[in-house]
Design a protein around this ligand. Structure first.
Ligand SMILES: NC(=O)c1ccc[n+]([C@@H]2O[C@H](COP(=O)([O-])OP(=O)(O)OC[C@H]3O[C@@H](n4cnc5c(N)ncnc54)[C@H](O)[C@@H]3O)[C@@H](O)[C@H]2O)c1
Length: 333
């Protein structure tokens, strides 16, 4: 199929581009490079051994989108393009609403003009807010506690209304948990902008001596070892989840929300131990007080993905850490 990946040079989009291309799909990428590097394209082409059409453009540019959709005879869009920093979204909410909500509206308008009605959307587990119960399933109440999460929920709601207004649409919103890891080649991975917000990129930078130590925020939670537990999912498993969702949108009209997680929570100390094994070095760490707003434990119920998409995560924590380290070593060369 001809598939457009908005934000396709980013962390999750680039890995998905590999999986789709290797399955014989024709992938076109549109990205404004606000959080990615053009060099990712060359690495993508190296891995897939294919030339991929690329447009440096913004999803809010509806005219440009119409051109890209028609020029490449796009049949399905996977909408990764978005801003994802919780802290930045608190400082600059308009930027987030404009990009994440405005960008989604612009994209849908262009799709309507071009009569394309199949869409897969990058949503997030942040739409659930503070869990009332765990594991978190798709019926859990929706109450995001930060602006980033609210933009994702608003985008979902727009899509839900759209499908009510025109049932020919087929849309799947994938609610990701905590993607980490990298492509096995070591050529693609997560490149954080500035000091990383997330655990794995932070650990990588401590491992290469770029940061002095890892701050562990709280070791007195009621969890298996006192540190916070999260549902880390290998980015290649996530990418394969998009392939499964592609088959679904092709056959099932309507709007669906589906969690993509492993259903297995891992603690900060477990991640550090696995990473130390991968990198064969010790990660310096300092225990700090708990951060306000942090949850002790958060993980997905991943059954719906298995039932509807026939997909489940396969790669374990060690594989996630091995690939992250391989990518980091390549970056540092
Ligand atoms: N990584 C995570 O932990 C996570 C978790 C849940 C959901 N998500 C969502 O998944 C999507 C992809 O995440 P990622 O981790 O790959 O992020 P990323 O920042 O690596 O990739 C996003 C890409 O979109 C591009 N982009 C942003 N705004 C754009 C615009 N207006 N027009 C064109 N391109 C634009 C960026 O340049 C970047 O290449 C995002 O929408 C994010 O909110 C990510």
């Amino acid at each position: 199929m001809n598939i457009l990946l908005t934000g396709g040079l980013g962390f999750i989009g680039s890995h998905t581009a590999v999986v789709l291309s290797q399955q014989g799909h024709q992938v076109t990428i549109l990205d404004n490079l606000c959080n990615s590097q053009i060099g990712v394209l060359a690495n993508l082409e190296k891995i897939t051994n294919q030339k991929l059409p690329f447009y440096e453009a913004d999803v809010r540019d509806t005219q440009m989108l119409c051109k890209v959709l028609s020029e490449n005879q796009i049949e399905v869009v996977i909408h990764f393009a978005g801003l994802k920093s919780v802290s930045e979204s608190a400082q600059d909410p308009l930027k987030y609403y404009d990009n994440n909500v405005g960008g989604t509206i612009g994209l849908i308008e262009a799709m309507q003009v071009q009569k394309i009605n199949k869409l897969i959307f990058s949503s997030s587990a942040t739409v659930y807010g503070i869990p009332h119960y765990l594991p978190c399933d798709e019926d859990h109440p929706l109450a995001p506690i930060n602006t980033y999460g609210k933009t994702k929920l608003q985008a979902e709601e727009i899509m839900r209304d759209l499908v009510v207004s025109d049932p020919a649409w087929s849309i799947v919103a994938l609610r990701y948990f905590n993607p980490i890891g990298a492509h096995e080649s070591g050529l693609l991975g997560e490149v954080p902008n500035g000091v990383p917000n997330n655990l794995m990129p932070y650990v990588c930078q401590v491992a290469i001596g770029k940061l002095p130590h890892l701050n562990v925020f709280g070791d007195d939670y009621e969890t298996k070892d006192g540190t916070g537990e999260r549902d880390y999912i290998h980015v290649m498993d996530l990418a394969e989840g998009h392939l499964a969702a592609l088959n679904y949108v092709n056959h099932c009209p309507g709007f669906e929300v589906i969690n993509l997680g492993t259903g297995i929570p891992c603690s900060v100390y477990e991640v550090i131990a696995a990473f130390e094994k991968s990198a064969r070095r010790t990660i310096a760490k300092k225990v700090q007080p708990r951060r306000s707003g942090d949850l002790p434990i958060y993980f997905a119920k991943a059954d719906k993905a298995k039932q509807l998409l026939g997909w489940s995560a396969k790669r374990d924590l060690q594989t996630m850490c091995d690939s992250s380290w391989k990518f980091q070593e390549n970056l540092s060369k």
